[in-house]
Design a protein around this ligand. Structure first.
Ligand code: SF4
Ligand code: SF4
Length: 293
């Protein structure tokens, strides 16, 4: 392994990153594009327009960073026991967008010194990050549409760095596998949102409880959300590979939230500062100001 890659891995380990894989940033083929197009045409994005915007760019890393040659994919386990089951676990701690960006920025500092141009993408750019994670050898894409690893099942945050440098394809914490005949996530989904052709966001409680305006939810949708306050973890908790997940090593993700029994979605506002939940409130405010959204 070359010196530069070793340096990145050592800095990533120091920053508490569980796995890093480096792969080529060449475009994905027509099969991946076609699958995504079919998914969009079926209305499975539930009108979330950012999936449609620049949808081709998603499969061409160089469209996000001119001259991109390599992609470095970072994976952090965010599982910990406990927490309020009415709130998706990923949302019960410091905002992972910020935490990952901080950790990744530290880890890639040698790239700039080596003359590379970089772009960090943590769930905010149109990039096929799960496909890149699979290409980089970090795990496989499970039937619940998430990256799955044998170490901690579906409980991973991902971040991608595109770089103009040609790096060796290598990594640490790499693994491969498959779901085999398991369908536990599909069977566990309370609304039938998961199927053989992927996720139908229109039926997904995460979409309904986070993305859809509360005043536009139908009585059926409200009853499906039930007492959930933010998101849904059923298809993650069902995954057998996640049953023995260790607690996260990243102290930023160790916190959990417990709310009183009578808490409502609105009451999350008071405790959401610095968590991913606050993004949802900002988003809702924007959408309310724009009747077309
Ligand atoms: S998050 Fe919940 S509703 Fe959405 S696919 Fe998973 S189990 Fe189904
Ligand atoms: S529950 Fe089973 S089918 Fe679903 S992602 Fe996990 S291993 Fe794959």
């Amino acid at each position: 392994m070359a010196h530069l890659e070793e340096e990145i891995f050592s800095l990533a380990r120091e920053a508490g990153v569980d796995a890093v894989g480096i792969c080529s940033a060449t475009p994905f083929g027509s099969i991946e594009k076609m699958r995504f197009k079919t998914w969009l045409e079926g209305g499975n994005n539930a009108g979330m327009s950012w999936f449609e915007r620049e949808s081709d760019k998603r499969f061409i890393p160089a469209a996000l960073l001119e001259g991109a040659k390599s992609a470095i994919v970072f994976r952090i386990n965010f599982f910990r026991k406990g927490g309020d089951p009415r709130i998706a676990l990923y949302a019960q701690s410091e905002d992972y967008h910020e935490v990952l960006k901080r950790k990744i920025t530290k880890a890639i500092s040698p790239l700039e010194e080596a003359g590379g141009k970089q772009r960090i993408c943590v769930d905010t750019s149109p990039i096929a990050e799960k496909l890149l994670a699979f290409r980089a050898g970090l795990g496989w894409i499970g039937r619940n549409t998430l990256i799955i690893t044998k170490q901690n099942g579906p409980w991973s945050f991902l971040g991608v760095v595109l770089t103009t440098l040609e790096l060796e394809h290598c990594g640490y914490g790499l693994e491969n596998g498959s779901c085999g005949k398991c369908r536990k996530c599909i069977d566990s989904c309370p609304t039938g949102a998961l199927g053989d052709s992927g996720l139908d966001a229109r039926k997904c409680i995460s979409y309904l409880s986070i993305e859809k305006r509360r005043d536009r939810l139908s009585p059926d949708e409200l009853s499906q959300i039930g007492n959930r306050l933010f998101g849904c973890d059923e298809c993650l908790r069902a995954c057998p590979f996640g049953k023995t997940a260790p607690n996260t090593k990243a102290e930023e993700f160790l916190t959990t939230i417990i709310l009183p029994k009578d808490a409502t979605f609105e009451s999350l506002k008071n405790i959401s500062d610095g968590t991913p939940i606050s993004r949802a409130f900002r988003f809702t405010k924007r959408r309310k100001g724009n009747p077309k959204a």
